[in-house]
Design a protein around this ligand. Structure first.
Ligand code: GLU
Length: 448
């Protein structure tokens, strides 16, 4: 064991001890610390002034009670979170997730990832994340609205356009952002557009924000394939999920000539050998809010499966766009056996460490979420720019900015991996490139 190995192991063991029962947070930190060993061997000054320990400790964590009344007059008590992880580069920025699986460890893992992702965008945004264990599934619009109002009644004390700017994530879309913004405006008596992103277009939202995470993931995939002399034109692609990220990844991949052969939700997956009817899928998920099995009732030649995994399909490209740890080592081995060559993560940490190891061993080009799904938050930062100047940009201009940002992210990720003698290892490239910018800012700003 080298001295750096020992030092990093000590940081990690201490973190395990102080953050017990948060396996997703441990997993996210572990991966970054493994990459940072390489940095510390070359540039030991990055361990000065307790930098690594400070980076792994959120600046602030808020946990609060969210009481709300359901339609049948029962009182429910949900738990709300906002973890303000790092503001060295700009106001805390990151989404809100409403899902029954949410707990402090999940929000900390997401907030930690967000620091590096946001840094990679090159835009002035720090990292944070929040949410609640509230389950929106099956709830009426009135229940969702009352929940959002109760959530914001506490959250509004902690956010602001120069402090912390939440947005959506799983379970939080345009409708929820509307209810949250309305309550913030009511409580503060300020129409402060820049306090939330993902807003409606007539009240400060940005064009392309809805499409941005999915489009961005495909733009990055395109760059990664170009680097290896290939393109999406004619490729077969699997996209897991059918939420906002998945739908727009499917749309953009097909626009660039790929055939998307499958998508999924938590109830099962749909095999679409001739490609996906995006309009139909969007209608089912966004308007009708139904399960994906409804899709096959309205098309021919497609099949619904609930007894196997979408990763059993053969394809050239896999885009996991559902949720954390959805793609295991076993799934990765099946994908490799079936010929997958490129994987880009549209979701946050969808591949387990074992899956990433399988991809690395077998020479699959793998783009981690920090790089591949940064398009959403990057476009949120563009929304903040428009809000700050009271301007609104055209679709094409905003899309072009997003495209440029994703190309830059790929370039800096690939170049950093090569600089540290790990050419083609985009996990190491993204972690180190994201880290260096934040670390330099933290060192410059002193021990705080
Ligand atoms: N929830 C998204 C993410 O994971 C977007 C965050 C934002 O736009 O602030 O990056």
């Amino acid at each position: 064991m080298t001295q750096v190995d020992e030092q990093v192991t000590e940081y990690y063991n201490k973190l395990l001890q102080r953050n017990a029962g948060e396996p997703e947070f441990h997993q996210a930190v572990r991966e970054v610390l493994d990459s940072l060993k390489i940095v510390l061997e070359k540039d030991p000054h990055y361990a000065d002034y307790g930098l690594i320990q400070r980076l792994c400790e959120p600046e602030r964590q808020v946990i609060f009670r969210v009481p709300w009344v359901s339609d049948n007059n029962n009182v429910h008590v949900s738990r709300g979170f906002r973890v303000q992880f790092n503001s060295a580069l700009g106001p805390y920025k990151g989404g809100l997730r409403f899902h029954p699986s949410v707990n402090l460890g999940i929000i900390k893992f997401l907030g930690f990832e967000q620091i590096f992702k946001n840094s990679l965008t090159g835009l002035p945004i720090g990292g944070g994340k929040g949410g609640s264990d509230f389950n929106p599934k099956g709830r009426s619009e009135g229940e969702i609205m009352r929940f959002c109002q109760s959530f914001m009644t506490e959250l509004h004390r902690h956010i602001g356009e120069q402090t912390d700017v939440p947005a959506g994530d799983i379970g939080v879309g345009k409708r929820e952002i509307g209810f949250l913004f309305g309550q913030y405006r009511r409580l503060t008596n300020r129409h402060e557009s820049g306090v939330l992103t993902g807003k409606g277009l007539s009240w400060g939202g940005s064009l392309v924000r809805t499409e941005a995470t999915g489009y961005g993931c495909v733009y990055l995939t395109k760059e990664m394939m170009k680097e290896h002399g290939e393109s999406l034109d004619g490729a077969e692609v699997i996209v897991s999920g059918s939420g906002n990220v998945a739908v727009y990844a499917i749309e953009k991949a097909q626009e660039l000539g790929a055939t998307v052969v499958g998508f999924s939700d938590s109830s099962g997956w749909v095999h679409t050998p001739n490609g996906v009817d995006v309009e139909l899928l969007r209608d089912i998920k966004e308007n009708r809010r139904e399960r994906v099995s409804a899709y096959v009732e309205e098309t021919t030649g497609d099949t619904f499966h609930s007894d196997s995994s979408i990763w059993s399909l053969a394809a050239d490209v896999a885009l996991p766009c559902a949720t954390q740890n959805e793609l295991t080592g076993e799934h990765a081995r099946t994908l490799v056996d079936n010929g997958v060559k490129y994987v880009a993560e549209g979701a946050n940490m969808p591949s387990t460490p074992e899956a990433i190891e399988v991809f690395r061993e077998k020479g699959v080009c793998f783009a981690p979420g920090k790089a591949a799904n940064a398009g959403g938050v990057a476009t949120s930062a563009l929304e903040m720019q428009q809000n700050a100047t009271r301007d609104s940009w055209s679709f094409d201009y905003t899309d072009e900015r997003l495209h440029q940002i994703m190309s830059n992210i790929f370039r800096v990720t690939a170049d950093t991996a090569a600089e540290y003698d790990h050419e083609g290892n985009y996990v190491i490239g993204a972690n180190i490139a994201g880290f260096r910018k934040v670390a330099d800012a933290m060192l410059a700003q002193g021990v705080i």
